[in-house]
Design a protein around this ligand. Structure first.
Ligand code: C2E
Ligand code: MG
Ligand code: MG
Ligand code: MG
Length: 284
């Protein structure tokens, strides 16, 4: 009887769900080899100030799948998180980011630029996170303040004390931290204050409807005013139009990232962009 009902279960399986599951498992299997086969690449998206000068970049991972082509992080980071593969991938991102920074040491415009990387919850929770981060910096001999770690509210809130402790240790070595996607999570102000943050990043969902949606304007203004009060730098992400940039400036935000200024670019394209873009660091 048990056998028969088991079979019945299989027959009632929705084939499209099963197909999606198989695809997911295949992707996860491929993901296991992606690191060893050097299939990851960091794209760089410019970050600029009000004058349009480059101040740094955010590193965004891409997976160059041998059959499926370029896969966006939205499609594999959640899988990497669930399978634990994110720890190894995150280590690679950190090491690669440090190598890039090291390569810019004598560059006329990038020598003082910051590079932001995204740190996931599992990575942050790993007991060697602090040691591994410091080691990546030491190996490349770069200025710790040039590597900015982007964390999200959801990544820190479950283990606030432990995360705060780790970030404080890194802070003592000069690293800086940005709260990514700010305003979309559930953290309270006191939680935010427990962390040694340097920057808040206004989530692109606020920027997207900034001009049309009055309540978005109010929220965005509140976030900017609050960041000022807390002495935090503020940057807006997902800025796609000049009008959005002007509205944000009006509200007191003077750092930007978004398609209006530049899309995430492969390394060589980014370096070409740097050659033509206005540079803040040339005379400093
Ligand atoms: P995020 O850190 O919030 O990154 C911003 C995302 O918005 C990027 O998507 C970027 O390409 C996109 N974006 C930038 N400007 C604009 C714009 O003007 N308009 C629109 N519509 N989109 C814009 P991407 O590269 O697909 O990355 C998605 C997310 O994947 C990231 O969100 C981040 O949470 C995660 N991610 C990316 N790289 C890494 C990584 O190395 N490690 C980890 N753990 N997560 C990563
Ligand atoms: Mg980010
Ligand atoms: Mg973000
Ligand atoms: Mg986001």
């Amino acid at each position: 009887h048990a056998k028969r009902s088991g079979r019945n279960c299989i027959y009632t399986f929705d084939p499209s769900i099963q197909q999606a599951l198989v695809q997911k498992l295949e992707l996860e299997k491929d993901l296991r080899h992606a690191l060893n086969e050097a299939q990851f690449e960091l794209y760089l998206q410019p970050q600029v100030n009000s004058g349009g000068c480059l101040i740094g970049a955010e590193a965004l991972i891409r997976w160059n799948h041998p059959q499926k082509g370029m896969i966006s992080p939205a499609d594999f980071i959640p899988l990497a998180e669930k399978s634990g593969l994110i720890v190894g991938i995150g280590d690679w991102v950190q090491e690669e980011a440090c190598r890039l920074l090291a390569g810019w040491k004598t560059h006329p415009t990038l020598a003082k630029a910051t590079l932001s990387i995204n740190v996931s919850e599992q990575q942050l929770r790993h007991r060697d996170f602090v040691a591994k981060t410091l080691n990546s910096l030491n190996v490349c001999g770069i200025e710790p303040a040039q590597l900015k770690l982007e964390i999200t509210e959801s990544a820190v809130m479950l283990n606030l004390d432990e995360c705060a402790d780790k970030l404080c240790q890194l802070k003592q070595h000069g690293l800086e931290f940005s709260m990514d996607d700010f305003g979309t999570g559930y953290s309270s102000l006191s939680n935010i204050r427990a962390l040694p943050l340097d920057q808040l990043k206004i989530d692109q969902s606020f920027v997207r409807n900034l001009l049309e949606d009055k309540s978005n304007q109010t929220l965005t203004q509140t976030i900017i005013t609050m960041s000022e009060a807390l002495g935090l730098e503020i940057i807006a992400e997902g800025v796609e139009t000049e009008d959005q940039k002007l509205a944000l400036e009006e509200m007191g935000c003077h750092l930007f990232q978004g398609y209006y200024f530049g899309k995430p670019l492969a390394y060589t394209d980014f370096m070409a962009y740097v050659e033509t873009a206005g540079a803040c660091f040339k005379n400093s």
